[in-house]
Design a binder for this molecule. Structure first.
Ligand SMILES: *[C@@H]1O[C@H](CO)[C@@H](O)[C@H](O)[C@H]1NC(C)=O
Ligand SMILES: *[C@@H]1O[C@H](CO)[C@@H](O)[C@H](O)[C@H]1NC(C)=O
Ligand SMILES: *[C@@H]1O[C@H](CO)[C@@H](O)[C@H](O)[C@H]1NC(C)=O
Ligand SMILES: *[C@@H]1O[C@H](CO)[C@@H](O)[C@H](O)[C@H]1NC(C)=O
Ligand SMILES: *[C@@H]1O[C@H](CO)[C@@H](O)[C@H](O)[C@H]1NC(C)=O
Ligand SMILES: *[C@@H]1O[C@H](CO)[C@@H](O)[C@H](O)[C@H]1NC(C)=O
Length: 391
């Protein structure tokens, strides 16, 4: 690694800390919905994916339409990696990662091959893209129950921490390149919706999804020494088994048939790295945060209206511990939830909570809103013009 780069990263980090210290949490936003103003960039386009097609062909239409945006994103990642590793990483990606695709389970291996075949991006690069989502997401997810027992589930998807800071525009390079790749996908079998998801083009795992009238699911990263790159590296070297976290999320959305079934699979399946699964059901009390280690479940934190817990909220820290002091999105989000009250909770007021800085920040790519009883999934691409917290 190059010394001047190290120093630059360090200085950037220090300047962020001082910037962050100047930013007070914003007053809770109100009446932000329907989405408008400077923090709203655009609606998200819908695509249909036919699960009855062979996995190799499923993504063809989406990739064809988003080819240019996908290539631009991968190029930005490569430029960034090159500046750190002098091209060595790219060599690994082109030589090594194509071999890895066959270690991935069906149908993910075939879907990834199909994506590479119709895009202008190499197989190794598509594999890399599918790996790096597992380790760079910092997000906020909330499941809440209103006074009628209606369950809502919303999330901000924050991505791209430390991945290239554009000083002029005051944005994260990779975060900006990802925004045009946000799509809504309606996964159908026999011409009927099985589940719907907000996703990034080129990515076959799922981070946000709904099975209409059954359950809703999001995944947040759980930072841990046992996780991230170390877990992936060990898996590549054949020293570790377990399932990729976002592949499990996809499998549960595709094949679990109830809240309880989903909960069981998310709690019991052995993983490659720790994670938080945030699950909402279709009845009162059905909402939880599952805190996972690789092997087992540390904690299941349920909605319990009788105890006054009408929502559960997860960022990227265990709920029984304090968040990292430089990254406290939990306290401002909970403050706004409490201020909203259970009597006034609905998708528009939840959008307000997720629009309050620093819950909304410069890493936020999209906000997704889900209501299980109506089968609603709505997503919006977000911006956070300065002054705004970098994470
Ligand atoms: C975006 O979606 C909202 C509803 O979710 C709709 O009211 C609005 O008209 C849409 N905006 C555009 C520009 O399509
Ligand atoms: C910076 O912002 C300008 C104006 O919005 C835009 O045209 C340009 O593409 C941005 N640059 C990058 C690297 O995103
Ligand atoms: C699929 O369903 C839609 C309506 O939901 C209908 O318009 C279309 O004809 C159906 N396609 C097939 C192949 O059955
Ligand atoms: C879901 O189950 C079907 C039928 O068993 C299987 O073909 C499919 O691969 C499964 N989906 C995932 C993502 O594992
Ligand atoms: C809730 O989900 C279960 C299991 O999927 C289903 O049997 C039940 O009908 C659903 N209830 C409602 C109110 O939709
Ligand atoms: C929000 O309310 C809950 C339940 O009353 C309480 O435990 C929590 O401390 C409150 N949090 C904030 C930030 O106000």
């Amino acid at each position: 690694m190059n010394l001047s780069n190290d120093r630059c990263v360090f200085l950037t980090f220090v300047s962020f800390i001082s910037l962050f210290a100047c930013l007070h949490a914003q007053e809770c936003r109100t009446r932000m919905y329907p989405p408008n103003g400077p923090t709203y960039r655009s609606n998200v386009t819908w695509y249909t994916l036919d699960l009855d097609l062979p996995p190799y062909q499923r993504w063809t239409q989406v990739i064809k339409e988003k080819k240019a945006e996908l290539t631009a994103m991968i190029q930005a990642v490569k430029d960034l990696a090159n500046s750190f590793f002098h091209g060595k990483l790219i060599h690994l990606v082109d030589q090594g990662l194509p071999l890895i695709v066959d270690m991935l389970p069906y149908p993910f291996n075939e879907e990834i091959k199909g994506i590479a075949s119709v895009s202008d991006v190499s197989l190794g690069e598509v594999v890399l893209f599918n790996i790096f989502y597992e380790v760079f997401t910092v997000c906020t997810s909330v499941v809440a129950e209103d006074l009628n027992g209606n369950i809502y589930h919303v999330r901000n998807m924050d991505f791209g921490l430390f991945m290239g800071w554009d000083r002029k525009n005051q944005t994260w390079t990779i975060t900006e390149k990802l925004k045009p790749l946000v799509v809504n996908v309606d996964f159908k079998r026999n011409n009927r919706t099985v589940f719907k998801s907000t996703s990034f083009v080129g990515y076959v795992g799922m981070l946000t999804g709904i099975r209409p009238r059954e359950f809703t699911l999001t995944m947040n990263e759980r930072f841990n020494i046992d996780g991230g790159y170390i877990g992936i590296l060990e898996w590549i070297l054949g020293k570790r088994d377990g399932m990729w976290m976002s592949f499990l999320t996809r499998k549960v959305l595709e094949n679990a048939t109830s809240y309880e079934d989903a909960k069981k699979q998310l709690a019991l399946t052995k993983l490659l790295a720790p994670a938080y699964f945030i699950l909402g059901g279709n009845q009162t009390g059905q909402g939880c945060v599952i805190t996972r280690t690789r092997i087992n479940t540390l904690d299941v934190w349920d909605i319990n209206v009788k105890l006054g817990r009408w929502y559960v909220l997860e960022t990227n820290y265990d709920h029984w511990e304090d968040p990292f002091f430089l990254d406290d999105r939990r306290t401002p989000a909970m403050k706004c939830m409490n201020k909203t009250t259970q009597a006034n909770i609905n998708l528009p007021t939840l959008y307000d909570v997720l629009s309050t800085k620093p819950v909304l920040n410069k890493l936020t790519t999209y906000t997704a809103l889900m209501e299980v009883s109506t089968g609603t999934l709505e997503s919006y691409v977000r911006d956070c013009p300065s002054p705004c917290s970098p994470w």
